[in-house]
Design a protein around this ligand. Structure first.
Ligand SMILES: Nc1ncnc2c1ncn2[C@@H]1O[C@H](COP(=O)(O)OP(=O)(O)OP(=O)(O)O)[C@@H](O)[C@H]1O
Ligand SMILES: [Mg+2]
Length: 238
């Protein structure tokens, strides 16, 4: 059964979708079978371009989730990894079953080495909660700013620690921050939260890449940072 890895942004716009997609690309380049599930309320499939209409919405109404039903919404043709698009009808996002990610993985998880989930940043939505609960391993994404760290603290205290989701998790510090706010160093963040941290550097051209429907993979220092994350992901498989 594929290992489930969930990426959660401690607030919006911290780079969750870009990082999740980059990791899927990197793992696929290493010949791993990868399914990326976009489960964010903020769309998020900006980094893979295609015209497919099918999405996770098409599962919501079925009573039981069969492998055939899941395969019908998986996009396979446009990249080396497979993916499922997130909600099309955003007004319906409150009505997902909180077991949806577990059920998808139960149906097709044997066909993949890794199931990566872009969980977005809104814990009040069942889709994000489902992504966090189903995970074998979680990556929490912050920028180094005080605002992002404060928000991370509050989710940690109300959800991650009480639900046993904290230990064994990792923090990704994406150094991308438009406002250039006061920032904490990696060491400070590691000490404060007691979790291993991986840094991703800010590189030029992020907004342009998003517009063009591609990730920043291909830029040297960004590649290395993503590889550090995928080494961590693969390490657990032993
Ligand atoms: N390390 C980076 N260097 C440069 N630009 C970056 C970096 N990481 C992310 N970006 C840019 O930041 C913007 C937001 O990234 P992304 O869409 O991944 O964030 P998100 O957390 O998924 O946002 P949302 O809350 O909308 O889902 C994009 O334009 C992306 O290209
Ligand atoms: Mg996103």
């Amino acid at each position: 059964m594929g290992m489930i890895i969930t990426f959660f942004g401690c607030m919006g716009d911290v780079g969750t979708s870009m990082i999740a997609t980059s990791c899927a690309q990197d793992l696929a380049g290493l010949r791993q079978r990868v399914l990326l599930i976009y489960a964010s309320s903020h769309v998020g499939d900006d980094y893979v371009e295609d015209d497919t209409r099918v999405s996770i919405d098409d599962l919501r109404r079925s009573d039981s989730i069969s492998a055939e039903a899941v395969r019908a919404i998986i996009v396979k043709d446009t990249c080396k990894f497979h993916y499922i698009k997130t909600v099309r009808e955003i007004t319906q996002i409150k009505y997902f079953d909180p077991g949806v990610i577990t059920n998808i993985v139960r149906a097709v998880g044997k066909e993949y080495d890794f199931i990566l989930v872009d969980g977005g940043c809104d814990i009040q939505y069942p889709l994000t909660a489902s992504a966090l609960m189903a995970a074998d391993k979680r990556f929490f994404i912050v920028t180094g700013t005080m605002k992002a760290l404060r928000r991370f603290c509050s989710v940690r205290d109300v959800l991650f620690i009480p639900k046993g989701m904290y230990e064994d998790s990792h923090i990704i510090i994406n150094r991308y921050d438009k406002k250039q706010d006061a920032v904490a160093s990696s060491q400070q963040i590691q000490q404060r939260f007691g979790l291993p941290c991986v840094e991703v550097p800010s590189v030029k051209g992020g907004a342009r890449a998003e517009t063009d429907g591609r990730t920043l993979l291909g830029k040297g220092c960004y590649n290395q940072a993503i590889r550090n994350i995928t080494i961590e992901i693969r390490g657990r498989r032993g």
